[in-house]
Design a protein around this ligand. Structure first.
Ligand SMILES: CC(C)(COP(=O)(O)OP(=O)(O)OC[C@H]1O[C@@H](n2cnc3c(N)ncnc32)[C@H](O)[C@@H]1OP(=O)(O)O)[C@@H](O)C(=O)NCCC(=O)NCCS
Length: 172
């Protein structure tokens, strides 16, 4: 963590790298200029009402306790994750990977990276009960379901609250 590389005169601090089919994935803090691209990615990945729009992303970007990380492959923005921390409690607020880059470990790498940058001991997240793929990703990363919030995402769309302590991991 903490290495940097120069791009167009800026040094971008690097959180992690990950290899996908021989291409290097760079996981970095989002820059302000990434926000419109992240908003497009959100619309690709989430239904209306759940995708973060540009205004929301701008507020999150400037919010002191929030971290927004992106995964880049070359010039492409392949995924992003948003989290925050208050004292020892961290939350993963949003995670998505562009459809063409899925099932290559990028979601898991982003999840690892946000846990790395948030100074928290315990992490929580909310996932829809029907989103089996995301639940499996979280379970494999050490998250366990702790409660259900009925109709959290809308009528008959329930939320599952998942939790992990730093360092917990079931399998990879
Ligand atoms: C959920 C999401 C972020 C996963 O990203 P990803 O880069 O494909 O995830 P990974 O490749 O790191 O997956 C790691 C493991 O998680 C599990 N997993 C991920 N997606 C899965 C799916 N669709 N079905 C079943 N298992 C899945 C698998 O065990 C996978 O390992 P494997 O590919 O070796 O079997 C991505 O599908 C996405 O953006 N979905 C739409 C937005 C969303 O639902 N976000 C989560 C909101 S809570």
């Amino acid at each position: 963590m903490g290495a940097g590389r120069a791009v167009a005169g800026y040094t971008i601090r690097l959180i992690a790298t990950h290899d996908v089919a021989g291409n290097q994935v760079w996981i970095q803090r989002a820059a302000l200029r990434d926000l419109p691209t992240i908003a497009r990615l959100q619309r690709q990945c989430f239904p209306d009402g759940q995708a973060y729009g540009l205004a929301t992303l701008l507020v999150l970007y400037w919010w002191p306790s929030v971290e927004i990380l992106v995964a880049r492959i070359g010039e492409r923005l392949a995924g992003c994750v948003v989290g925050d921390a208050h004292r020892s409690q961290g939350r993963v607020l949003n995670l998505c990977v562009a459809p063409e880059f899925r099932r290559q470990g990028i979601g898991a790498a982003l999840l690892d990276a946000i846990e790395l940058v948030l100074s928290a001991e315990q992490f929580t997240l909310m996932v829809e009960d029907k989103n089996a793929g995301a639940q499996e990703l979280y379970r494999r990363s050490g998250y366990l379901p702790v409660s259900e919030l009925r109709h959290y995402y809308g009528r008959n769309r329930h939320g599952i609250l998942m939790q992990k302590r730093r360092g917990d991991r079931t399998s990879w």
